[in-house]
Design a protein around this ligand. Structure first.
Ligand SMILES: Cc1cc2nc3c(=O)[nH]c(=O)nc-3n(C[C@H](O)[C@H](O)[C@H](O)COP(=O)(O)OP(=O)(O)OC[C@H]3O[C@@H](n4cnc5c(N)ncnc54)[C@H](O)[C@@H]3O)c2cc1C
Length: 430
């Protein structure tokens, strides 16, 4: 490499999902135009490319979803809608097929590579970058991006991008450094400092899609490995601010699984907003039923089978191990016959079954979070191009923006869509 004197057309910072997509779309847009060859450099801090993609979706990479709506995201609704419409899930699936990675749809709506291997996704993205002449440089941690003073004789470069003891000049820069989720993959939040120095703001951030830790006394450890369908509500005071039904997985530390992970960002945001004391996470182990309906069911079932052990009766509606733990938590003898349950105990049991307050002590932190809530506000970006409204020639994409999706392929869809818009726009001549 020719070090300090190197001049590029587009420099992209961060070779995660968004940066790789932006590089490919930029290179292909340039290919479609006449004129001299233009150089695209992709700088990546890590030694190996695609660490996060490789472990995503349990190593299978949930690339996108068959139904993607703005409501699947936490982010300013209008920009999110427009960005998703510009490159939707069908476009993503067609693009991956063209890259040699056909996708398959699972019953949940999630789309995975037919190969069931995230490796095929990374390999295809890197191969296409190389085929299109993108210079991918690993172990290249960018420390700063600065605007060149107007009028410098630098061949039109608007920015200087510094990494190690080197620098690259660029007409346009795309920053795709991710958030802070799973920092060992390379995304440690440094990109936000870079764009802050360029004049952007960054909203408060916290982990999203993160497992939750439960405090004692609680029976999570004994249920470890059990997945149950529940309704989770995040409540501030008496107001429900998020409610969702799905699978929750008990573990030795607390709870995870899609519904708990999706609810986690709302619980964390609510605590920041209202203070820990005002926030509760309520769990209904009989989703769809409320207190009255649940009590009615128990009364009817007990009348029909008065000698049946309460635990066995509950097993009709909740997993046996969970039912036993709840019964014990209500200080009820698990061997008691259903017909002999006193009224006060019955009502306590019904309350625990339909409105159980999970004693959440905290979250598992960035090392276990799949995504970041918060980031650069979408209002600071032109959503048609992903160009900064504050710094012409600068583009911001992917997880570093203040937008996060729920579990199901939505976060990668965001990375592909924002990469598509920025790559094509940055490739346009002045
Ligand atoms: C365990 C796990 C599983 C997941 N599974 C899924 C899934 O199946 N489906 C889904 O949709 N989403 C999934 N996600 C979320 C998804 O991976 C992210 O939302 C997505 O990868 C974000 O892409 P990005 O390119 O914006 O950021 P990142 O993927 O974080 O990439 C940012 C890149 O920038 C580099 N970088 C950072 N700072 C610098 C710097 N200063 N200089 C140079 N390079 C820098 C980093 O090393 C990194 O490679 C998962 C996340 C995790 C952690």
């Amino acid at each position: 490499m020719d070090g300090a004197s190197e001049t590029t057309d587009i420099t992209i910072v961060g070779a995660g999902a968004a940066g790789l997509a932006a590089a490919i779309f930029a290179a292909e847009a340039i290919r479609g135009t006449r004129g001299p060859a233009r150089k695209i450099v992709l700088l990546e801090a890590a030694r190996r490319v695609g660490a996060k993609i490789l472990i995503s979706g349990g190593g299978r990479c949930n690339v996108t979803n068959s139904a993607v709506h703005p409501e699947d995201y936490n982010g300013a609704r209008n920009p999110v809608r427009n960005i998703l419409a510009a490159f939707d899930q069908q476009a993503a699936a067609a693009w991956f097929a063209a890259l040699g990675v056909p996708l398959k749809r699972e019953p949940s709506g999630k789309l995975f590579p037919l190969s069931d291997s995230a490796r095929t996704v990374v390999d295809a993205l890197v191969a296409r970058c190389r085929a299109r002449g993108v210079a991918l440089r690993m172990d290249a941690r960018v420390t700063d991006v600065v605007r060149s003073p107007a009028g410098v004789a630098d061949g039109g470069a608007g920015f200087t991008v510094r990494y190690g003891d080197r620098e690259v000049r660029a007409r346009r820069v795309i920053v795709a450094t991710g958030g802070r989720s799973l920092p060992r993959t390379g995304s440690d939040g440094a990109g936000w400092e870079i764009v802050r120095r360029l004049g952007h703001s960054v909203t408060a951030t916290h982990p999203a899609l993160v497992p939750l830790v439960l405090a004692a006394p609680m029976f999570h450890a004994e249920l470890s490995g059990l997945a149950v369908t529940v309704e989770l509500s995040v409540i501030i005071g008496a107001k429900v601010i998020d409610r969702r039904i799905g699978s929750m997985l008990w573990s030795h530390f607390g709870v995870s699984g899609p519904v708990a992970m999706d609810a986690s960002r709302h619980w964390l945001a609510a605590r920041t907003r209202a203070g820990p004391a005002a926030v509760a996470m309520r769990c209904n182990f009989m989703p769809g039923d409320n207190f009255e309906r649940c009590e009615e069911w128990i009364l009817k079932a007990a009348a029909a089978h008065p000698r049946m052990m309460l635990r066995n009766l509950l097993a009709e509606r909740v997993a046996d191990r969970l039912g036993a733990a709840i019964v014990r938590g209500c200080e009820i003898d698990p061997a008691i016959a259903a017909g002999q349950l006193p009224r006060d105990r019955r009502r306590r049991l019904v309350q625990a079954l339909t409105a159980f307050d999970l004693p959440i002590a905290g979250d598992r932190g960035w090392d276990h979070a799949e995504v970041t809530a918060g980031g650069v506000p979408l209002g600071e970006i032109d959503y048609r191009t992903m160009e900064s409204r504050r710094v012409p020639g600068l583009y911001l994409i992917g997880e570093m923006l203040d937008c996060d999706g729920r579990i199901g392929g939505f976060n990668f869809q965001w990375a592909w869509a924002t990469g598509y818009l920025a790559g094509r726009a940055a490739a346009q001549p002045d």
